[in-house]
Design a protein around this ligand. Structure first.
Ligand code: G3P
Length: 218
């Protein structure tokens, strides 16, 4: 399972990249707005830090402009993944840009039917938003189970399921149980995977007992 971080905060990205656990980055217009950075500079900087796919989202909604934006973003670095919305025009852009050899992430997926369309359009990734479904009282992880099952029925569907809108560690664990290919989560949720009170308690005990030996390994 691949771990992407869902942020436009370059300091957080550098920190996680140093941990060796990071396989890629996803951004969206809301995260870019929050960062206050120039989008094109930011994407270039992230691509310098991370070797894996870096999702950069188009800003328009019509076919011609999205295509031009996607092509411009793709020129920034070879690991740019152009992110397009799951609309008829977005999927047309997906088909065109994928056939030019650039990875495409189809975002804002909220149904299995939409995920089938993304696979047929040749997307490298489809991003179902689990947290936003949970927010409206629908079972976000149920959608992941459906998409993983459907994609596994067809060898020619090479689109990876990229679980997005992750809010807690259980979303990640459940994604792994279901066999989703990728999760993208905020830095705080990725870091929370380390946490267990018994780890902290056990380590404190080992440190205290080691001090009693009066020894040093080095
Ligand atoms: O980047 C797409 C997705 O992960 C957004 O998550 O928390 O805004 O629903 P959220």
């Amino acid at each position: 399972m691949k771990f992407f971080v869902d942020t436009a905060d370059i300091a957080e990205i550098r920190d996680l990249a140093d941990s060796g656990l990071l396989d890629g980055v996803t951004t969206n217009p809301s995260l870019v707005a929050k960062s206050g950075r120039s989008f094109l500079d930011l994407v270039a900087e992230i691509c310098d830090v991370v070797d894996g796919p870096v999702s950069a989202e188009v800003a328009s909604t019509d076919f011609e402009t999205m295509l031009a934006e996607g092509r411009k973003l793709a020129k920034i670095a070879k690991n740019v993944t152009v992110k397009v919305p799951l609309t008829p025009a977005g999927l047309k852009v997906c088909k065109a840009i994928s056939s030019e050899g650039t990875m495409v992430n189809v975002t804002l997926c909220f149904s299995a039917a939409q995920a089938i369309l993304a696979a047929k359009a040749g997307a490298s990734f489809v991003s179902p938003f689990v947290g936003r479904l949970d927010d409206i009282g629908q079972e976000g992880m149920g959608l992941i189970a459906e998409i993983v099952e459907i994609y596994s029925n067809y060898e020619h569907f090479t689109t990876e399921v990229l679980v997005a809108s992750i809010r807690n560690p259980m979303h990640i664990v459940e994604s792994a149980r279901l066999g989703a290919h990728v999760v993208t989560a905020p830095p705080s949720v990725l870091k929370s995977l380390f946490n267990h009170p018994l780890t902290d308690k056990g380590l404190a005990q080992f440190v205290a007992d080691w001090q009693k030996t009066g020894q040093s390994i080095l």
